[in-house]
Design a protein around this ligand. Structure first.
Ligand SMILES: Cc1cc2nc3c(=O)[nH]c(=O)nc-3n(C[C@H](O)[C@H](O)[C@H](O)COP(=O)(O)O)c2cc1C
Length: 183
């Protein structure tokens, strides 16, 4: 099972659109997957007494991280980094079991020319701190608005689309290889 995190809580984001495309492609390849959409996080988590004391509404989100064999995070670049909502989500996850030795891959989405490379590299540092197994290949969508159809349902850049699909297949193999080592 691959969990695909749509890594922003912004409504109607390109990040969510790319995350949906990843899930749809994996479905077409019979790769088990589930979406974890940060825009659907319960609003009662946003207060200061939440750490190590998450409400039951958070449990399905936590469960999608614990029960998967790999995490694919699709993330946008916000102010030269990844969204605060994504870091907050990670800070609420159980430690260390949530990310420890978890195969993890990243897809970057940005309006700018750098395709969220900075955001990916910063997020990889967090995952590395939590001893995740980082998958070496990343896919980036610079100027994302020029690479998708207006309804955000499809990628118009065929080279990028093939690169993403190849990465998804390889990441699934990587995740299952790690699973076979630990079982
Ligand atoms: C708070 C905020 C900060 C942003 N900062 C950057 C940035 O530093 N670099 C960039 O290329 N785009 C930046 N953007 C634009 C996003 O890359 C753009 O919205 C793109 O569609 C991906 O984000 P989305 O998934 O929210 O749609 C920012 C957007 C928001 C909402």
């Amino acid at each position: 099972m691959i969990t695909v995190i749509a890594g922003t809580n912004r409504n109607n984001s390109y990040t969510k659109a790319v995350a949906d495309i990843c899930c749809n492609y994996m479905n077409s390849q019979n790769i088990e997957n589930q979406l974890l959409d940060l825009s659907t996080l319960p609003t009662n988590i946003f207060h200061g007494n939440i750490y190590w004391n998450t409400p039951k509404e958070f449990e399905p989100f936590q469960e999608k991280i614990l029960n998967c064999d790999g995490i694919l995070t699709v993330l946008p670049e916000y102010n030269g980094s990844f969204p605060g909502a994504l870091k907050f989500f990670i800070d609420l996850l159980k430690f260390p079991e949530s990310l420890h030795e978890k195969p993890s891959a990243f897809v970057g989405v940005a309006a700018g020319y750098f395709g969220a490379l900075r955001a990916i590299e910063q997020l990889e540092m967090v995952f590395q701190y939590r001893e995740a197994h980082i998958f070496g290949k990343r896919v980036m969508f610079p100027k994302v608005q020029d690479k998708m159809t207006e309804d955000k349902l499809n990628i118009t850049d065929n080279k990028l689309k093939s690169k993403l699909e190849k990465m998804l297949i390889e990441f699934n193999h990587f995740s299952h290889y790690h699973k076979s080592l630990t079982n």
